[in-house]
Design a protein around this ligand. Sequence first.
Ligand SMILES: NC(=O)c1ccc[n+]([C@@H]2O[C@H](COP(=O)([O-])OP(=O)(O)OC[C@H]3O[C@@H](n4cnc5c(N)ncnc54)[C@H](OP(=O)(O)O)[C@@H]3O)[C@@H](O)[C@H]2O)c1
Length: 252
Amino acid sequence: MILGFLGTGHISSSVIEGIFKSKLKFKKIYLSPRNRVIAKKLSKRFKKIQISKNNQQLIDKSNWVFLAITPRVGEKILKDLYFKKNKKIISFISTINLKKLKENTKNKNITRVIPLPFIGMKKGPIVIFPPDKSVKNFFKHLGKVVEVKSEKVSKSFWATSSFMAPFYNLVSATSDWLTSKGVNRKEAEDYTRELFLALAEDAINKKKLSLKQLVVESQTPGGTNAFVLKELKKKKFYKVQQKVLNSIFKKF
Ligand SMILES: NC(=O)c1ccc[n+]([C@@H]2O[C@H](COP(=O)([O-])OP(=O)(O)OC[C@H]3O[C@@H](n4cnc5c(N)ncnc54)[C@H](OP(=O)(O)O)[C@@H]3O)[C@@H](O)[C@H]2O)c1
């Protein structure tokens, strides 16, 4: 199988990193010439990668074409490219829906996928819409596949994927607070990274408990965790989170 990535930015780099770490079998990966710096770096690192002359050549040479361009670029360039009927198109584009993708590419064989940067470590959820056996079999090598049957539901997952920066900001603010209390910055950052890593791993290891039960289990009645949780709830911290999710949902 020959794979082609239209757009060589952050997410293409992560997916390609994951592919090379996995046991997936493929003959070659074609990259579009943009971003040239990243494309060159990847082609130097992996022998099976080749930079194509232009976007159309990449499409013509690949069996599967991954759309990893921004929505604005997609709106601009897709309708002028030709996708033969036998191509499989995997779109990572956040805000171009399936109907529009079909119109723009004049191709029906399209799956929308939400990869996240940790796909480079073969970790994290990967949402696929609509369900497709071959796409699932491909991405199961790169993370935990979640198949959804409705585009509206897939949009809800897109909304939650916008919680990467807010999550890191929570981690960063926790570390900053430690620093403000006199802890050396590196020590504060190392501690905070370990704390949040352990919490996330614990949540995975305790899958028998619901997330709500985890919240209960991690606090002693009247204890410090109970106090902080109650204060944050009182200040509408979590209500604001739900509101923001509703706002971002409307953008998908
Ligand atoms: N980053 C994520 O975590 C993530 C997760 C899920 C989905 N996505 C989606 O994936 C898409 C790409 O995101 P990204 O973060 O990887 O963005 P990015 O880093 O900006 O990459 C976009 C790439 O498209 C290239 N490009 C621009 N114009 C082009 C053209 N005419 N032909 C071919 N390539 C062109 C850019 O090249 P230049 O640098 O030369 O302009 C760049 O390499 C977006 O639709 C995004 O919603 C991203």
